[in-house]
Design a protein around this ligand. Structure first.
Ligand code: SF4
Ligand code: SF4
Length: 260
């Protein structure tokens, strides 16, 4: 088995369902919003030779739990403390893979959320960036959370994803179901491609951006699924609306719940 296939198999064993390798040079040139804690791959690891992208399927809404203190900042830092279950889970799993790479192959690797992981997933051929700006995969729709793993391994990049899954989706021909599902009109209709980085979802209109506030207005509270005083299950209405993700409701979730 070649190295890439060996790493893929190990990633599956560590709890990921999707795996690909991005073209790092292309990712270097991709525009990203400057206020979301993102950076270029080379800023994160100067000697990286490959960028692996891995996806974990979200089959229970509880995986979207987040806890934060009030304060300013974004989800990657600032004065507010922020804990997010899926962030921590994918990162921990990726660190286990990095440990294996070091122990077994002498390859240096480090996971990060700070590169533009959605574009990385597209470049790795794993999915299409849909009208809701999420990566829509043929296998699981957008119900996937991602992590990048930069490494010193020389790995052949995969080819970018070529299909336009939104244009192909019969149920979204009249109106994009994800756009329609947002109770705050935060998603600008139409394709994400061609829209300046960070502008497709109007940040202040998305309920998730208000979780850091101390006194959350009742307008937002309605769709903040509070589980404790400062714990929330993040809004996923635009994610759950995507027809490509329905395979989870029909097949995967019943199995996970032991019902099928
Ligand atoms: S997460 Fe909720 S509020 Fe934010 S864009 Fe999606 S549906 Fe709208
Ligand atoms: S709901 Fe429709 S338009 Fe939105 S991402 Fe899914 S397929 Fe694309």
């Amino acid at each position: 088995m070649d190295l890439k296939e060996e790493i893929r198999a190990k990633a599956m064993e560590k709890g990921f369902q999707l795996f690909g390798v991005s073209d790092m040079d292309k990712l270097e040139t991709v525009e990203f919003p400057t206020d979301r804690g993102l950076e270029k791959p080379s800023d994160f690891m100067a000697d990286a030779r490959s960028l692996i992208v891995m996806g974990m399927v979200i089959w229970d809404e509880g995986m979207n739990a987040a806890i934060c203190t009030p304060g300013t900042g974004d989800f990657s830092g600032g004065e507010a403390e922020y804990y997010n279950l899926y962030y921590e889970t994918v990162e921990t799993r990726a660190w286990r893979l990095a440990q294996w790479l070091w122990d077994e192959k002498g390859i240096k690797a480090a996971p990060t959320h700070s590169v533009h992981v959605k574009v990385a997933a597209y470049l790795a051929g794993l999915g299409f960036i849909g009208h809701n700006t999420q990566v829509i995969t043929p296998e699981y729709g957008p119900r996937v959370r991602w992590i990048a793993l930069l490494s010193t391994a020389e790995l052949e990049p995969d080819k970018p994803f070529t299909r336009d899954l939104c244009a192909e989706q019969p149920l979204c021909q009249k109106e994009s179901l994800c756009v329609k599902a947002c109770p705050y009109g935060a998603i600008i209709p139409g394709p994400s491609q061609g829209v300046p980085a960070g502008e497709k979802v109007i940040y202040d209109k998305c309920v998730v951006s208000h979780e850091l506030e101390k006194d959350i207005n009742s307008k937002w509270e309605k769709h903040i699924r509070r589980i404790t005083e400062r714990g929330f299950m993040e809004c996923t209405l635009c994610n759950l609306a995507c027809p490509y993700g329905k395979v989870l409701d029909q097949e995967i979730i019943p199995k996970k719940r032991g019902l099928a």
